[in-house]
Design a protein around this ligand. Structure first.
Ligand SMILES: [Fe+2]
Ligand SMILES: [Fe+2]
Length: 262
């Protein structure tokens, strides 16, 4: 099975490059399953039900998120619609280790063709909000998963926390894929027990700014500390993703390849 994971889709530039490049990539590389982090798809801040539908129409199977998930309040109603269903709303995830009783789910189990798979969304704790322990949350949720193919989006800031979760889950999941920093890292590899790992896939969006935002605004904020309204950058748009190839019978990864397309 070949799985494509697309890094944080940022605003209209990110959505547009996905629309332009995804069909050929899926065809040329014989991709079976597409997962994307969509936490920045609404002009950099959050995701709306309409944008989730737009991404699903591009044949993305599951959308993960992270700390920006609540930026657009409409997503709460969307999550509540997903109760008990297998419809599109159920295929948008928020981190599983958020406080109990919040709307939404952090794990999805589905089937693509005849192959069962699961996607688990977790958020780190270092330099981030105080959510629950992602390590023990993973332990708990892995007991509920029947499928062998398991993809983890670890949305976290610190490289050390991300690498640690990679080692902790090695051999128990197909891939631990880092998101959130919006900067791709060159450390993709298959760990010894068969888990594909990368610290950060990188953003799918405009690279002429500061992690997606207009550079002048961010530089100003560093210079004078005054609050500014962030606006998305527009230029140098890149599509950042990884392709993980795995044995669907064992769930172990054979390879992980980093992709950056302009
Ligand atoms: Fe992000
Ligand atoms: Fe994030």
């Amino acid at each position: 099975m070949r799985i494509l994971f697309i890094g944080d889709i940022f605003g209209r530039p990110g959505r547009t490059i996905v629309k332009e490049r995804l069909p050929e990539l899926v065809r040329d590389r014989a991709i079976d399953l597409v997962i994307a982090n969509g936490e920045n798809s609404a002009a950099g801040f959050g995701i709306t039900p309409a944008l989730a539908d737009e991404l699903f129409e591009l044949n993305i199977d599951v959308i993960t998120t992270g700390n920006h998930v609540w930026d657009k309040r409409e997503i709460i109603d969307f999550f509540q619609m997903a109760d008990g269903s297998r419809g599109p709303a159920r295929r948008v995830l928020r981190p599983a280790n958020y406080p109990k009783d919040l709307p939404g789910w952090g794990m999805y189990q589905g089937q693509k063709g005849k192959i069962p798979y699961a996607v688990l969304n977790l958020q780190g704790r270092v330099f981030m909000a105080s959510n629950d322990d992602p390590f023990r949350t993973a332990d708990r949720l892995l007991k509920e998963i029947d499928s062998k193919v398991i993809l983890v989006d670890f949305h976290a800031e610190a490289t050390s926390e991300k690498i640690s979760l990679g080692w902790y889950l090695d051999g128990r999941v197909t891939a631990v894929i880092g998101t959130h920093t919006h900067v791709p890292t060159a450390d993709e590899r298959v760990l010894p027990q068969g888990t594909a790992y990368i610290t950060d896939v990188g953003m799918t969006g405009p690279y002429d700014g500061v992690i997606g935002v207009k550079k002048e605004l961010v530089v100003d904020r560093f210079l004078n500390g005054m609050p500014v309204r962030f606006e998305p950058a527009t230029g140098d748009v890149r599509f950042c993703a990884v392709i993980v190839e795995c044995d669907e019978k064992t769930g172990h990864a054979r390879s992980i390849e980093r992709i950056m397309m302009g």
